[in-house]
Design a protein around this ligand. Structure first.
Ligand code: MN
Length: 122
């Protein structure tokens, strides 16, 4: 199988290995849309397949029309986040503010931000 983005292969592999043993929460933006939920769920599933404890969290409910994409992947709102130390990874967020002030306050220093917006300063 050909790699889709071979230039990112080694770096992404190292990133995945750096999450070993962590409890990960994959966060995305308010008023979730397809790329938000799709990228959250896809990353969480990759991590869980690798044996990493990972859930998704979103400030707003998933619209019914894209709930099919969630399936049995754990996805919680802010109030239902587990206690304790979690490693936060943002997806589809040009900045943390897109997920709202509660997430930003709980996770002031995200471990990673994986995003496709040109407005992302990082
Ligand atoms: Mn989006």
């Amino acid at each position: 199988m050909d790699l889709i983005y071979p230039e990112f292969h080694d770096r992404f592999g190292a990133f995945l290995r750096s999450l070993d043993g962590r409890r990960v929460v994959v966060i995305s933006h308010a008023r979730p849309d397809g790329d938000c939920i799709g990228s959250e769920v896809a990353l969480a599933r990759v991590l869980r397949t690798l044996g990493i404890d990972a859930i998704c969290a979103n400030p707003d409910p998933v619209p019914r029309r894209i709930q099919f994409a969630v399936g049995d992947t754990p996805l919680v709102n802010f109030a239902n986040l587990p206690e304790g130390n979690l490693t936060a990874i943002y997806v589809d967020c040009a900045d943390q503010g897109r997920a709202g002030k509660d997430f930003k306050a709980r996770f002031p220093a995200p471990f990673a931000n994986i995003d496709h917006h040109l407005s992302n300063a990082g």
